[in-house]
Design a protein around this ligand. Structure first.
Ligand code: IPD
Ligand code: CA
Ligand code: CA
Ligand code: CA
Length: 273
């Protein structure tokens, strides 16, 4: 079994465990603020994935949202970047629309990405250079779109702050429509699937974007921060993912006019993970 197949197999097993536990009462705690939740299942899923990876590949490095590998600063060898439950608020409130996200890098280069929609049992996956899949179905390359006929995914919270409203409202105003799904990993998967044309957000951590980025890039999506720079698996960043013509249109016509403001946001916010 390749590392890629192994990653899918443990994501499936972890998903089964979550589905089995759905009727059990959750233990819910808050993290940085009252709306930043973590449950016993987030922690148990990370612990399960880390234990499985470590058992099979003891020399691989692992970063997980719920605490594993917080001191890792090198991308040498294999690096797994894991979000055990992406969309915890959906998990708690809806018991659906959440995913297990895994990005794997080898010496800093993309190796494989996995986003597993646990309730719908949909496995989005890609090995770098080998195309992206939904379960066994190969995903076609993305079509180019223009903003005026595109659907954009953005968390509406970004439109409630003055500085982001100015940057983002014109994008949403010009777009055909907007959506908000509450799971960054699924947002990337939906861009890869072609059911939304772009996902825009000001702040994601490596575990939110690593798996989805690798999948989306396999179908021709362009994934950068909002200054047009490449993302890396050790640093949080802003996100602009879209098919290539739409990425260019949004970056050049809507974000570059705010370059100075964006640059200072990046300097202040993303100096560390
Ligand atoms: C969150 C989700 C959400 C995004 C947040 C993330 P979590 O991840 O991906 O869609 O807007 O920025 O933190 O905490 O549910 O794993
Ligand atoms: Ca979280
Ligand atoms: Ca997340
Ligand atoms: Ca999470």
């Amino acid at each position: 079994m390749s590392i890629y197949e192994f990653a899918m197999s443990i994501a499936r097993l972890a998903g089964e465990k979550i589905r089995e536990q759905l009727s059990h009462e959750l233990v819910i705690e808050t993290k940085s603020n009252p709306n930043d939740l973590v449950t016993n299942m987030d922690k148990a899923t990370e612990a399960f994935l880390v234990a499985e990876i470590t058992k099979h590949y003891p020399d691989h490095q692992i970063i997980g949202e719920e605490g594993h590998g917080k001191t890792i600063t090198s991308t040498d060898g294999y690096l797994w970047v894991i979000d055990p439950i992406d969309g915890t608020l959906n998990f708690v409130h809806q018991q659906q629309n959440f995913a297990i996200s895994i990005g794997i890098f080898h010496n800093g280069e993309k190796y494989a990405g996995i986003v597993y929609d646990v309730i719908d049992d949909k496995m989005y996956h890609a090995q770098a250079g080998q195309g992206a899949y939904l379960n066994d179905r190969p995903l076609p390359m993305l079509k180019e779109t223009q903003l005026a006929t595109s659907i954009i995914s953005m968390n509406p919270n970004w439109l409630t702050k003055d500085y982001t409203y100015e940057m983002y409202a014109p994008i949403i105003r010009t777009a055909r429509s907007a959506r908000s799904y509450g799971s960054a990993a699924l947002d990337f998967a939906y861009v890869a699937l072609g059911i939304i044309d772009s996902y825009i957000t000001l702040r994601l951590h490596p575990w939110d974007f690593s798996g989805g980025m690798i999948i989306a890039e396999e179908v021709g999506a362009v994934v950068t921060n909002q200054l047009g720079d490449k993302l890396d698996p050790l640093h949080s960043n802003s996100i602009l993912v879209a098919n290539s013509s739409l990425h260019k249109e949004i970056l050049e016509q809507y974000l570059e006019p705010h370059h100075t403001a964006l640059e200072s946001i990046h300097k202040g916010t993303f100096s560390n993970r």
